[in-house]
Design a protein around this ligand. Sequence first.
Ligand code: ZN
Length: 242
Amino acid sequence: MATPRVTVWHEYRHEKTHKEVSDVYPEGMHTPIAKYLREQGLDVKTATLDEPEHGLTEAVLAETDVLTWWGHMAHHEVQDEIVERVQKRVLDGMGLIVLHSGHYSKIFRKLMGTSGNLKWREANEKERIWVIDSGHPIAEGLGEYIELPHEEMYGERFDIPTPDELVFVSWFEGGEVFRSGCCWTRGRGKVFYFRPGHETFPTYFNPEVLKVIYNAARWAAPHAIEPIPIVNAKVPLETIRS
Ligand code: ZN
């Protein structure tokens, strides 16, 4: 397979208004993700909300095999036309990796058809992300779990369709659990939701978290991206004798 072309999309707003976030991610949360994926040999671009067409023009999407998505405070500012454009590309085969608060993004809710609601708490607590499908390509190279000393808690019930494959389940210090690594297909495209990544913690500098995003990009990369044709098969392959 050709080298996957990844576009790392980031809302890029918290860093401009919240010092506690820019202190952790001075170049934006997308930068360490893009840098790591590039170091692994992927072909990586970045795109952000405030660029024209949110950086997701037809031309950019036409050269994107896998899109990663982090948004939080400005989900409502993402234009519906761009959401439809991304959805179409996913249905045609583009992979989509939705990160953390992207569970409330327009694109994730549109693809899932559910609210994306969940339970949450900001208490700087420990998260242990258990690998429950160690044979899955997204879990390649990981141990039994990934431990993050400080994260936001997301708890069940997470309002999503039952995942086709569940790779990770998180446990939090306060007692909740959460389906934190979920796979689906939509049309020809693969979708992966990965939970960690609250903006005030250095989660996207964690080598195991970055490895999961890399593995997911490899997993979600399609062989080809093209619409599923609509065919009137008037002439059958075999003679129909009935
Ligand atoms: Zn958060």
